[in-house]
Design a protein around this ligand. Structure first.
Ligand SMILES: NC(=O)c1ccc[n+]([C@@H]2O[C@H](COP(=O)([O-])OP(=O)(O)OC[C@H]3O[C@@H](n4cnc5c(N)ncnc54)[C@H](OP(=O)(O)O)[C@@H]3O)[C@@H](O)[C@H]2O)c1
Length: 327
């Protein structure tokens, strides 16, 4: 069972599906058996590029395919619940992109369906499995540098406002908070836990999607200052201040391959080199859960996913961000 080959399918063949499929090929005992697009030709092209065995022109066909063990869902946020449930009800294990769904109610429903069908479900928050972040989690847990007192984390880039793009389209969950704000929030929850209180404010595009969001999470003895923006390039760092050291996750902190440890007026850079995009770490974890017949991750637990989306819901309420169809 340890080496059992896991047969994967992918739904929604856009930007991230391409990167994921590239890394899937680097994971041992893993096979891309099927891909599904709303457009059959698109699926055929993707299958050819990534050596997928079968190409389907509908998501339902892939969900029904008997030779698929696990499905990676890479559609826009507002479809995660629908597509995850489609696969879960067809007894497929599901790895679903972040945000897990549009709100806590949807996430709770997905988890319920996974339990009813006795299948594995996990949110694809890949940072949790990356070596640099795992190292930070160990530093927090071991209190090697004392207690964590402060976190400053931002994620920002500029791309022209265009409502044809998923990033800005309100109907599919567009805006900075759900797309990239989730990473600084994740960093705070994974290291400091759920905050005692939240302050937040945002700016908005003309269609009502949030352009930027500033957040402050208060804890007993700690604070997290977080930011997401689609309006400008920001350092995209995460700076963890402990009692006795500062640990900085360098640019694109959510996927950084190096961190800087500042202590006693000296800087030490630690490198975490790997040749993939980094999605292989979550894939390996998921494969091992599946091989061990687990139905829930011990790292990206259901409770963590629920706390994460509940925190996003709270921020949305504070900044007044609502989505159509009562999301
Ligand atoms: N973990 C990460 O690093 C990371 C990075 C980027 C994005 N993401 C997440 O992955 C998800 C997809 O992001 P992406 O950047 O890959 O988006 P994308 O390039 O727009 O791809 C999304 C795909 O979803 C399918 N889709 C189904 N219904 C759609 C609709 N109504 N409108 C548009 N697309 C539709 C399309 O595939 P078909 O035409 O093939 O059906 C489309 O190519 C998002 O939830 C995002 O948060 C994660």
């Amino acid at each position: 069972m340890k080496n059992k080959k896991i047969r994967w399918g992918i739904i929604g063949l856009g930007h991230i599906a391409n990167k994921f499929a590239t890394d899937l090929a680097a994971v041992e005992n893993t096979e891309l058996v099927a891909v599904a697009s709303r457009n059959l030709q698109n699926a055929k092209n993707f299958a050819e590029k990534h050596h997928g065995k079968k190409a389907y022109g509908s998501y339902l066909e892939l969900a029904n395919a008997a030779d698929v063990d696990a499905v990676y869902i890479a559609t826009p946020h507002s479809f995660h619940k629908e597509h995850a449930i489609l696969c879960l009800q067809n007894k497929k294990a599901v790895l679903c992109e972040k945000p897990f769904a549009m709100n806590l109610q949807e996430v709770t429903e997905m988890i319920q369906v996974a339990k009813e069908n006795d299948v594995l479900l996990m949110e694809a928050l890949w940072t949790f499995f990356l070596p640099h972040f795992t190292h930070v989690l160990e530093l927090v847990k071991s209190e090697k540098f004392g207690k964590l007192k402060n976190l400053e984390a931002d994620f920002g880039f500029h791309t022209p406002y265009n409502t044809a793009s998923r990033l800005f389209k309100k109907e599919v969950g567009g805006g900075s908070l759900l797309d990239i704000g989730i990473y600084p929030i994740f960093a705070a929850l994974a290291t400091l836990g759920a905050p005692d209180s939240i302050a937040a404010n945002a700016t908005f595009f003309e269609n009502g999607a949030d352009a930027s969001c500033d957040m402050v999470f208060q804890y007993d003895g700690a604070k997290a200052t977080l930011k997401s923006t689609l309006l400008e390039e920001t350092p995209s760092h995460a700076v963890f201040t402990f009692d006795n050291a500062i640990v900085k996750l360098n640019r694109q902190f959510h996927q950084s391959k190096c961190i800087t440890i500042i202590q006693h007026n000296t800087e030490e850079i630690m490198h975490f080199d790997f040749k993939t995009n980094g999605y292989n770490f979550e894939i390996e974890h998921f494969n091992n859960l599946l091989r061990a017949s687990k139905k829930e991750s011990n790292i990206m637990t259901f409770d963590f996913s629920k706390t994460l989306i509940k925190t996003v819901d709270n921020v949305r309420e504070i900044i007044g961000l609502s989505y159509p169809d009562s999301f």
